[in-house]
Design a protein around this ligand. Structure first.
Ligand SMILES: Nc1ncnc2c1ncn2[C@@H]1O[C@H](COP(=O)(O)OP(=O)(O)OP(=O)(O)O)[C@@H](O)[C@H]1O
Length: 268
């Protein structure tokens, strides 16, 4: 579990995070949801140590990360896997070498054979057992995300952070990537945090959702309660999504769409 306590961050006097308190639960997909510029990426960067918050504390399974000793921070960092927005693969390395890279960096004690077993296991887990020799330029965007996931979980991460894993993907591929992240989270009981503004992901994998608006946490809950949340900014966000608007049209035309029975826009 990751506990965020009163995180504040400003740039040139402009407050971007205004005292965020939230928890990322173990064995769950924790979604950081919100519109553009609400502070999701800044919060994620503070959590993984790429940015220093002005105030507040972050605790990983009881161990304080913020302002702790370098070796303790490094120990926590070793347990973090990252899936970057553009996948961030090394273009000059094969799929196999990309997946092996963090093992060479983080676990020098592993033998070549142990690394090979782990890479083959991870590539198989993400459905890429036959793609190890391919270069990133030879694979699709969805496959690149899969390699990114394999690389993130290769060192047996305890915490997995995903920055908009669906960006640039078609809806079906997005769904498959969401499902894969969800399966891996539950299978290995890791703590997963996902930045998103995609309502499809909310509906599919939102075990725990934290809604940010203008640098503040306005709501948290799960995919079963989000449609009944009495927070105007969240309602506006949900009912402006193309998924929900499309579903609403189906409903108006006589289709079944229970989730929209409480459409606040309609109720006004
Ligand atoms: N290094 C920085 N220096 C100055 N301002 C920054 C910096 N990083 C982020 N900001 C500002 O902080 C605010 C929040 O940015 P952030 O990237 O966290 O938003 P976001 O919710 O992730 O948005 P999006 O969904 O569009 O990626 C923005 O106004 C942004 O311009």
């Amino acid at each position: 579990m990751i506990e965020i306590h009163n995180i504040q961050k400003s740039f040139d006097g402009n407050a971007v995070l205004k005292g965020i308190n939230c928890t990322f639960e173990t064995g769950k997909c924790n979604l950081l949801l919100g519109g553009s510029g609400t502070g999701k990426s800044v919060l994620l960067q503070c959590i993984v140590g790429l940015m220093k918050p002005d105030l507040g504390s972050i605790t990983f399974d009881g161990t304080v990360f913020t302002n702790n000793k370098v070796n303790i921070r490094q120990e926590i960092r070793r347990k973090i896997g990252m899936l970057f927005q553009g996948s961030a693969l090394f273009d000059s390395m094969t799929v196999y070498e990309n997946t092996e890279f963090p093992l060479k960096m983080l676990t020098p004690e592993m033998t070549k054979e142990e690394r090979r077993d782990r890479v083959e296991f991870c590539l198989k887990r993400v459905g890429l057992e036959n793609a190890g020799n391919k270069m990133p330029s030879e694979i699709s965007g969805g496959m690149k995300k899969r390699v990114g996931i394999a690389r993130a979980i290769a060192p047996n991460c305890t915490y997995l952070f995903c920055d908009e894993p669906n960006s640039g993907l078609d809806p079906l591929t997005s769904l498959k990537i969401d499902e894969l992240i969800h399966e891996i989270t539950h299978e290995y009981n890791i703590t997963t945090a996902i930045i998103t503004h995609d309502m499809n992901s909310v509906v599919e994998i939102g075990d725990h959702i934290i809604f940010l608006h203008k640098g503040m946490k306005l709501w948290d809950g799960d995919k079963d309660t989000i449609l009944n949340a009495e927070v105007p900014e969240l309602k506006e966000f949900i009912f402006s999504s193309s998924l929900v608007r499309a579903a609403k049209r189906v409903d108006d035309e006589g289709g079944l769409q229970d989730v929209l029975d409480d459409d606040p826009v309609q109720a006004k």
